[in-house]
Design a protein around this ligand. Structure first.
Ligand code: CTP
Length: 414
């Protein structure tokens, strides 16, 4: 796993309570550590019955704490609590949730939770009946009202063999929750961002369509970087297989028309639009209702008549003239020649604040690869030449520049 910038060097307190889901917490501790976090683990007595502190020490490379009465741990709760950036209790049993709701502090974990001033995420794990019980529900409500964040629980098969709500969510998803919690207060906190990603598909008949080579990697990276900067993100995605970043609201579309509608609706109150999608410029004039048969056409072949699609950015430009939203618009230009000139012309024609130009003929800078090289232009010329880097690193630079414009615009705070 790659290090994750928002997790790098962050101190995370991982509390483990007594549930069979403890075994998943070892994987979670490992993932958080690999992402660059410093993970201090506290296990309750019951948790130690399920999993050994040694397992956590082995994956985090740091001590795992258990005993409140160990003299060397005397002021541990204060120290751990004060220096943590985030506390995550996973799994969190009904018992520990009840104690936290009541403000009880009878073991190192609950004492530390009470002393900590950082955000707290709970990942409940219990039998469905215990989760549904009014006592648990009331305790969860109390904690949420205090600002505690809840990750799950998920529905599925329990250790008891019953199906229901109460399974701890998977470590990968918990990593997403931690990432999101640590992004709060970033340079885009409170901002809403719309990102488009991937190709579009224009149908020819029920089995065929026109599309392009885009895989959505750069759009996904921009959405993730915006989330990491604290923004709320709506991702308008064409047909892509890439994993959607945790925390993004997704709108799935296929055609240019669907994407245009989704963009125009979602930018109505948005701070920024990142138009990363490789939108089709042409679509068939007519879409055959039934599969086009070879026998329907001459021996030589068939002709396909195409017409221009809606230019989404031009439509946004028009809507923006009256609504003033989105405040900042960034377009992309994938070019094969005269990249800077074509890019600059597009920026002016489409009324953009930024255009990220990439020459798709450069090795490692086109479709379906994890890297990109981008020339970022503003209306007054070059803003930054971003050398060949990961698409995530390129996305971070784009977010940086857009955040700078939004944050300089004090008269228009979100
Ligand atoms: N774009 C759009 N609507 C379209 C086509 C493109 O909003 N129908 C957006 C893209 O998402 C991108 C920018 O416009 O952000 C530039 O796309 P590009 O295809 O490079 O530009 P075109 O205007 O289509 O010009 P050309 O294909 O002639 O280079």
């Amino acid at each position: 796993m790659q290090p994750i910038r928002v997790l790098k060097g962050k101190r995370i307190l991982l509390g483990i309570t007594g549930s069979i889901a403890c075994y998943k917490a070892v994987d979670l501790a490992s993932k958080l550590t690999q992402a660059g976090a410093e993970v201090d683990v506290i296990l309750t007595e019951s948790a130690v019955r399920f999993v050994s502190p040694l397992s956590f020490r082995s994956v985090t490379g740091r001590p795992a704490y258990t005993d409140l009465w160990d003299l060397s741990d005397h002021v541990r709760h204060v120290g751990l609590g004060e220096t943590a950036d985030l506390m995550l209790i996973a799994p969190a049993t009904a018992n520990t949730i009840a104690k936290l709701a009541a403000g009880m502090a009878d073991n190192l974990l609950t004492v530390t939770a009470l002393a900590a001033r950082c955000p707290l995420i709970l990942a409940p794990a219990m039998d469905g009946g215990m989760w549904d019980h009014p006592a648990t529900q009331a305790n969860v409500q109390v904690l949420q009202n205090r600002g505690v964040m809840l990750a799950g629980p998920a529905a599925g098969r329990m250790a008891s063999g019953l199906e229901g709500m109460g399974r701890m969510v998977e470590p990968q998803e918990l990593l997403g929750h931690a990432r999101l919690a640590l992004s709060r207060g970033g340079p885009m906190a409170g901002r809403s961002v719309v990102v488009t990603a991937g190709p579009t598909r224009e149908p020819i008949d029920p089995v065929r369509f026109l599309t392009n080579r885009s895989t959505g990697k750069q759009g996904i990276a921009v959405a993730q970087a915006a989330l990491d900067a604290g923004a709320s993100v709506t991702l308008i995605a064409g047909p892509i297989c890439e994993e959607i970043p945790f925390g993004a609201d997704v709108v799935r579309v296929e055609t240019v028309e669907e994407m245009a509608q989704a963009v125009l609706t979602n930018v109505e109150a948005a701070d920024a639009l990142f138009m990363v999608a490789a939108v089709a410029d042409f679509r068939p004039v007519t879409v055959a209702e039934r599969k086009i048969k070879k026998s329907d056409n001459s021996e030589e072949g068939m002709e396909l008549s195409l017409m221009k699609t809606t230019d989404i950015l031009m439509a946004v430009k028009e809507q923006r003239q009256s609504s003033r939203f989105p405040r900042v618009v960034l377009g992309f230009a994938a070019e094969t020649h005269n990249a800077a000139d074509y890019g600059h012309e597009k920026l002016l024609r489409k009324g953009l604040d930024f255009i990220a130009i990439n020459d798709v003929t450069v090795e490692g800078a086109g479709f379906a690869v994890d890297t990109n090289r981008v020339l970022l232009l503003g209306p007054n010329g070059v803003i930054e030449e971003i050398p060949l880097r990961s698409k995530s690193a390129v996305a971070e630079r784009l977010i940086h520049h857009v955040a700078e414009v939004l944050n300089a615009d004090k008269g228009h705070t979100a």
